[in-house]
Design a protein around this ligand. Sequence first.
Ligand code: ZN
Ligand code: ZN
Length: 292
Amino acid sequence: MTRSIGAHTIDNGGIHMAVLRAGNAGMTALQVFTAIPRFYGDKSTIKPERVARFKTALAKTRIKPANVVVHAAYVLSVATPDDEKWERASAGLTKELERSSALGVGSVCFHPGSAGTGDRATSAKRIAKAIVKALESIDSSTRLLVENTAGAGKTMGKTAQEVGEILSHVPKSLRARTGYGLDTCHLFSSGYDITKSKQAFTAVLDEFESATGEPPSFFHLNDSEGELGSNRDRHVLIGDGLIGKQPFEWLIQDDRSKGIPLILETPQQNYDIAADDDSPDPYDLKMMKLLL
Ligand SMILES: [Zn+2]
Ligand SMILES: [Zn+2]
């Protein structure tokens, strides 16, 4: 089965080192951050030297730029009813699309954030507004993708209907430049039982496809420490959580996992790897072996 599998590898030493670690693990997909994910990053422009190092490293691997995903900062809550916060988060999202476009990657994924005290329908429109603003500001082929969420509190993007609703507010002319991706841990913790049977698993993908009008553009492959419907966003190694190995086999067998990045966001063994050490993480190697 030819599938593009990779991981969000550690970037100690720079994003080009994350690329080399992924390449040395035999990966054909990859996810990175372009800025510190705890900050808005709305002012941080990517330096040409950094772009050059990234591209040189990528050329040494079997990872196509289209199969590289940039994960936007977690703090970019464009779902918020607060105007000031929305402006800043929206600016951060636009800036992320700018950095990622400079890197020439296939897509940026982001968590839409929390509706807070606002209602969900208005929040869906505000998320779409931020997507539109980013796409109109940055002319590129890098797509901006909504990630489904574990659904804690007022978090948006919890159901197929909600992801569909967000995307439905994007005008047709820009619609091809956006889409969504699915995280297996988030699906399970938000209440989609993908473990029951292959049919049940397929039905969940069908539900997202019919609510949005398209198949997912990436998958995050994570087992879940939290129970079904727990809304807990805690990733564990595949086989160590409550999803178990089998649903991942069903995913690999489904045609919708073909031709898109499949990214592990599972724990790493060496978070403190030396900046100049480009060896792959042993846990990633274990996961790759299990999936391929
Ligand atoms: Zn994820
Ligand atoms: Zn998560």
